[in-house]
Design a protein around this ligand. Structure first.
Ligand code: SAH
Length: 223
């Protein structure tokens, strides 16, 4: 597969994401994603984030394994979760679960600065190196436990969690600015999970709403 084939597959993927956005509007209340989110999906080279053998499949709208029992999320899922955060160019975003760094790169195209935490040291190191090589100098990768968030960099305009805890970690809600948004999958592994969209009120309380049914790897507790 050469560059032209990858470009064509990438273009098809964008059309599939647009179609899926229409199909899932009942769950998300959004029949299309913002131009800025779609431009980010068009720009970030997903084939740089998958394992070498998977390059030909990089623009198929599916999650893929990236080693260490972890996955790179489905492109549609990356797009919808990014869209649901309503990001502005100056926003500071906390991501939990850097994985391959693909979602971090999409966030970095749409927001101002991205702080991402990954519990598996090898994945964090690989994501840090990959994002640096691709020129994403507005992303910082921390090896650590996402249940702590990143208190030194808080508060954040938005929080995105890409692994599923069984309930919303209070620490992450605490690190959100008033008016800030969080998207987070909630539920046990291998059971149906639900994507929640949360908005922190000016009084500090968190309003939560159910969005899509989803399937994410569990957000683990570091032993
Ligand atoms: N955003 C990623 C998808 C990652 S899958 C991408 O675009 O590729 C979820 C990731 O969350 C995995 O890499 C997993 O190791 C990580 N993870 C699980 N529990 C975590 C925790 N407590 N803290 C930080 N990362 C965690």
């Amino acid at each position: 597969m050469d560059e032209t084939d990858l470009d064509k597959a990438h273009q098809r993927l964008l059309e599939e994401i647009e179609a899926e956005a229409r199909d899932t509007r009942f769950w998300t209340d959004r029949a299309r994603f913002s131009d800025r989110v779609m431009a980010a999906m068009a720009k970030v080279p997903r084939h740089e984030f998958v394992v070498p053998d998977d390059v030909p499949y990089a623009y198929i709208n599916r999650p893929r394994c990236i080693g260490h029992g972890q996955t790179i999320s489905q492109p549609y899922m990356v797009a919808v979760m990014t869209d649901l955060l309503d990001l502005e160019p100056g926003h500071r975003v906390l991501e939990i679960g850097a994985g391959s760094g693909y979602q971090s790169a999409v966030l970095a195209e749409v927001a101002g600065r991205v702080f991402t935490v990954e519990v598996v040291a090898e994945l964090a190191d690989a994501a840090r190196e990959r994002l640096r090589r691709l020129g994403y100098d507005n992303v910082e990768v921390l090896t650590g436990d996402g249940y702590r968030g990143w208190p030194e960099k808080a508060p954040f305009d938005a929080v995105m969690v890409t692994a599923a805890p069984v309930e919303i970690p209070e620490t992450l809600a605490d690190q959100l600015k008033p008016g800030g948004r969080m998207v987070i999958p909630i539920g046990r592994a291998h059971e149906t999970q639900t994507l929640f969209v949360c908005v922190k009120g000016e009084d500090g309380t968190l309003k939560t709403a159910r969005s899509l049914p989803v399937a994410f790897v569990p957000m683990v507790h570091k032993s």
